[in-house]
Design a protein around this ligand. Structure first.
Ligand SMILES: N[C@@H](CCC(=O)N[C@@H](CS)C(=O)NCC(=O)O)C(=O)O
Length: 221
């Protein structure tokens, strides 16, 4: 299998979702780090590949693709049809998609809205409404996991990997998972079932280190 090039930034949860999917599929990955704080995503060479200038982006033998969700489902289709990470069944697949969109537009989006101002030093306190938004997203996740081992169907899918990457960032900034009795054990299952999870946790530590440069207290005391 030829290697796939991943433009990556370890603190980024979407980027780590793409990398964990690659690790879980056993894809030979070549990593090219782009330091977003140094605005390396705006270099001329990368902008030609991805005018949206975001990570993760892959180069699969000259096929350029971005958005972690598109990357994950593409890679399963190309390299992991038997992995079960993205169902062949239309309705099950739609449920996986639904949980991918949940991660993109609710869980990750709300965490980003709360955390990113601290990375860029433009926040000095945690707005209550943003905290409530994050808690509401976790409440939803908890309800969706009621009586279930995985988010969709009977096995791990890319929906679990995406959401677990975002949850890792929440945990390192002090979000207490034990208040969500279904999320906590699911997250522990993710840790032992997703390949590259240690690497993901290291990236989450890099993420919180960026916040701590400007704000040393936990965001969810
Ligand atoms: N929906 C996208 C989000 C990607 C994203 O927000 N990437 C951020 C890092 S977390 C980024 O590259 N920001 C730099 C920029 O947009 O210039 C995905 O899932 O891949």
């Amino acid at each position: 299998m030829p290697s796939v090039l991943l433009y990556h930034f370890p603190p980024s949860a979407p980027s780590r979702f793409a990398l964990m999917t690659m690790r879980t599929l056993g894809i030979d990955v070549e990593i090219k780090n782009l330091n977003l704080l140094q605005k390396e995503q705006f270099n001329e060479e990368f902008l030609k590949i991805n005018p949206q200038h975001c990570v993760p982006t892959i180069d699969d033998d000259g096929f350029y693709l971005w958005d972690s969700h598109a990357i994950a489902t593409y890679l399963v289709g190309k390299y992991g049809q038997d992995s079960g990470l993205y169902s062949e069944d239309l309705k099950e697949r739609a449920k996986v998609d639904s949980m991918l969109y949940f991660e993109a537009t609710v869980l990750f989006a709300r965490l980003r809205a709360l955390c990113v101002p601290f990375i860029f030093g433009s926040a000095s306190s945690v707005p209550e409404d943003l905290k409530l938004n994050v808690k509401d997203a976790f409440n939803t996740l908890n309800t969706l996991l009621n009586g279930k081992t995985w988010l969709v169907g009977e096995r791990l899918t890319v929906a679990d990997i995406a959401n677990a990457a975002a949850v890792s960032n929440a945990v390192v900034v002090g979000y207490n998972l034990s208040q969500h009795p279904n999320v906590d054990p699911w997250y522990k299952r993710c840790q032992t079932s997703i390949k590259g999870f240690e690497e993901n946790l290291k990236g989450a530590d890099d993420f919180v280190a960026l916040i701590k440069k400007n704000y040393s207290a936990p965001l969810f005391p």
